[in-house]
Design a protein around this ligand. Structure first.
Ligand code: GLN
Length: 493
C-alpha cells in the first residue's frame, strides 16, 4: 500500500487526521509527474511551485482545523479552464502564449474548497476530437497496454485525454474535464476510470474556453464514483456570470452513492447498439443489467427512436457554434498574431498559423451550415431534430429512473488508427452524443476488461438535474464489477 493507492476520499481523511501532509502528498504526485509525464504527455504545463505553495496553505488550514471539502487534494485541470496567471492553451497554437487574468468559476470553486492544482492537462485542440491526437502539444499516451501487442501506443480517448490519462496513471487524484459530445465519458471508458457529464447548467461555463456553448459542460474524472461525487459537489453551483447556469441547490452527491438501486426502474434503449461493435461490449452490457437486477432494480426495455440522428445533428450544431465562438481568435485581441499587409491579411495569416486541421475542418463545416441559403436546410433542421431527441428522453424518463448503455463502441485504439477518415473518428461519440443533445446527465463507469486486457465502460444516463440517481446506479455498478485492474505502468506502484 502506497500513498498512490489512496482514493480522494481516503486521502482527505488521512489529511484531516494529520497522518499525511498535503506537502508530502503533493510532492509525491509531482515526482510521479516528473517520472512519467515525459512519456504520457498528459500535462501541457506543470506548476510545481504553485502546487507546493497551495499545499503549504492547505497544511496550515488543516493545522488550524479549518479544512474545506478538498483541502490538500492534488488535481489536474484540463487546459480549457482559464487559470489566473497560468498559461491556458486550449490545446491550440493560437493560445500558446495566453495567460488569463482571471480564474474560471469551476476552478475557482475548487480552490475555494482547498484543492491543490498540479498543472494543466492536455486535450484535443479546442476540445475537438476523440483521441487527443489533435492537440498542438502532441498526442497523449493511454497508460493501458494491449496484453498481446504491448508495443502499440494506445490513445486515451478525447477530448479530455490528458485528464483521463493523468488520473488513470496516478499523476493526479482527480481532474476537471469538459464534455460537449462525449469528452468526459469516452476517455473515462478508454482509461478505466469513472467520469460524469452533469446536466447542462449544473456547472458554470464561465472562464472555460468555449467550443459549442449550448452543449459544453464541465465535470470530473476521478478514481471512484464517490470521488467524482465529491469533486462535482465542489465544481457545481449557480453562477450569475453564466446565464445558462442553473439556480438550483447542489445536492449531497456523495451521499447518493450509498443509496442503492432497489426499486429503481432502469431502461435499456434498444437503439444503443452498432454494427461492428465487439461482442464483448454487448456481453458486458447484459452483465451490467444482470448486476442491476440482482441489486433489486427492475429492467425495462425502452426506445429512443431519434438516436440514429444524434451524430448527424451533433456534427451540424457543434461545428456551427464552434465557428461562431472561434471567430474571436483574430490576432487582434489575444493570443497569436501573424502580421500581414492589411487587417484582412493579418486575420488570415494568424488563423492559418494558429488553427490545426481538425479545427479548420469544424470552422468550414460550421460556416457552411450557417451560411445564407443553407441555414434552414442544415442548422434549423438540426435544431428541430435536437428537440425530437430531447422529447425521446423526456418520454422515456416518465417511465424509468435511469438508462444503462455502453459508453463507447470500442476499447481504446492505437495512435494513428481511425485517422484516415473523420467519420470513423466521429463514430466514437455515437452513444454519448444523444445525452449531450438532450442536456441530460451521463456517467461512464469501468465495468470490465476486453480480451486484450483493456478497460470497457458502461454509461448511466439520468433525468435532468437528477445526478443523484446517476451516482446511485453508477456506484452500484462499481460495487458489482469490483473493477480493480490497474494500467501496467502503475501495477505494483
Ligand atoms: N468527440 C467529439 C467531438 O470531437 C466530442 C468532443 C467533446 O465532447 N468536447 O466533437
Amino acid at each position: 500500500m502506497t500513498m498512490f493507492d489512496l482514493t480522494l476520499a481516503a486521502a482527505r481523511d488521512e489529511l484531516r487526521a494529520r497522518r499525511l501532509s498535503a506537502r508530502e502528498l503533493t510532492q509525491s504526485y509531482l515526482d510521479a509527474i516528473a517520472a512519467l509525464n515525459p512519456r504520457l504527455n498528459a500535462y501541457i504545463t506543470v506548476t510545481p511551485e504553485r502546487a507546493l505553495a497551495q499545499a503549504d496553505a492547505a497544511d496550515a488550514a488543516l493545522a488550524r482545523g479549518q479544512a474545506g471539502p478538498l483541502t490538500g487534494i492534488p488535481l489536474a485541470i484540463k487546459d480549457l479552464f482559464c487559470t489566473a496567471g497560468v498559461r491556458t492553451t486550449a490545446g491550440s497554437r493560437i493560445l500558446e502564449q495566453f495567460v488569463p487574468p482571471y480564474e474560471s468559476t469551476v476552478s475557482a470553486n475548487l480552490l475555494r474548497d482547498g484543492a491543490v492544482f498540479l498543472g494543466k492537462a492536455n486535450l484535443d485542440e479546442f476540445a475537438m476530437g476523440s483521441s487527443n491526437m489533435t492537440s498542438a502539444y502532441g498526442a497523449v499516451e493511454n497508460p493501458w497496454k494491449r496484453r498481446q501487442d504491448t508495443s502499440a501506443v494506445l490513445v486515451p480517448g478525447g477530448s479530455s485525454g490528458g485528464s483521463a490519462s493523468a488520473v488513470a496513471a496516478r499523476l493526479a487524484l482527480g481532474a476537471t474535464a469538459t464534455d460537449t459530445g462525449g469528452s468526459i465519458r469516452q476517455p473515462a471508458s478508454f482509461c478505466g476510470i469513472p467520469g460524469i457529464k452533469p446536466t447542462y447548467g449544473r456547472c458554470s461555463r464561465w472562464g472555460i474556453v468555449a467550443f459549442a456553448s449550448s452543449l459544453d459542460q464541465a465535470g470530473p474524472l476521478a478514481r471512484t464514483v464517490e470521488d467524482c461525487a465529491i469533486l462535482l459537489g465542489s465544481m457545481a453551483g449557480h453562477d450569475p456570470k453564466d446565464s445558462t447556469s442553473a439556480d438550483r441547490p447542489v445536492p449531497d452527491f456523495a451521499a447518493a452513492c450509498k443509496r442503492g438501486v432497489k426499486g429503481l426502474r432502469i431502461g435499456v434503449p434498444r437503439e444503443y447498439t452498432m454494427d461492428g461493435m465487439p461482442e464483448e461490449i454487448s456481453v458486458l452490457w447484459q452483465q451490467g443489467l444482470a448486476w442491476m437486477r440482482d441489486a433489486g432494480a427492475e429492467i425495462v426495455d425502452v426506445s429512443l427512436p431519434h438516436t440514429k440522428y444524434g451524430l448527424a445533428t451533433y456534427y451540424i450544431v457543434a461545428p456551427a457554434e464552434a465557428s461562431s465562438n472561434l471567430a474571436r481568435y483574430d490576432g487582434v485581441r489575444f493570443g497569436l498574431r501573424e502580421n500581414g499587409e492589411d487587417l484582412r491579411d493579418l486575420y488570415e495569416r494568424t488563423r492559418a498559423a494558429g488553427f490545426g486541421p481538425e479545427v479548420r475542418r469544424r470552422i468550414l463545416i460550421g460556416t457552411y451550415v450557417l451560411s445564407a441559403g443553407y441555414y434552414d436546410a442544415y442548422y434549423v433542421r438540426a435544431q428541430k431534430v435536437r428537440a425530437l431527441i430531447l422529447r425521446d428522453f423526456t418520454e422515456v424518463f416518465s417511465k424509468v429512473d435511469a438508462l444503462l448503455t455502453p459508453t463507447a463502441p470500442s476499447a481504446a485504439f492505437a495512435q494513428g488508427e481511425n485517422m484516415d477518415d473523420p467519420i470513423k473518428m466521429y463514430l466514437n461519440d455515437i452513444f454519448t452524443v444523444p445525452a449531450s443533445m438532450a442536456g441530460v446527465p451521463g456517467m461512464s463507469v469501468p465495468a470490465g476488461l476486453d480480451a486484450n486486457g483493456l478497460p470497457l465502460g458502461l454509461q448511466v444516463l439520468g433525468k435532468p438535474f437528477d445526478e443523484e440517481t446517476v451516482f446511485a446506479v453508477s456506484a452500484a455498478i462499481e460495487r458489482a464489477a469490483g473493477f480493480s485492474a490497474l494500467p501496467s505502468i502503475r501495477a505494483g506502484a
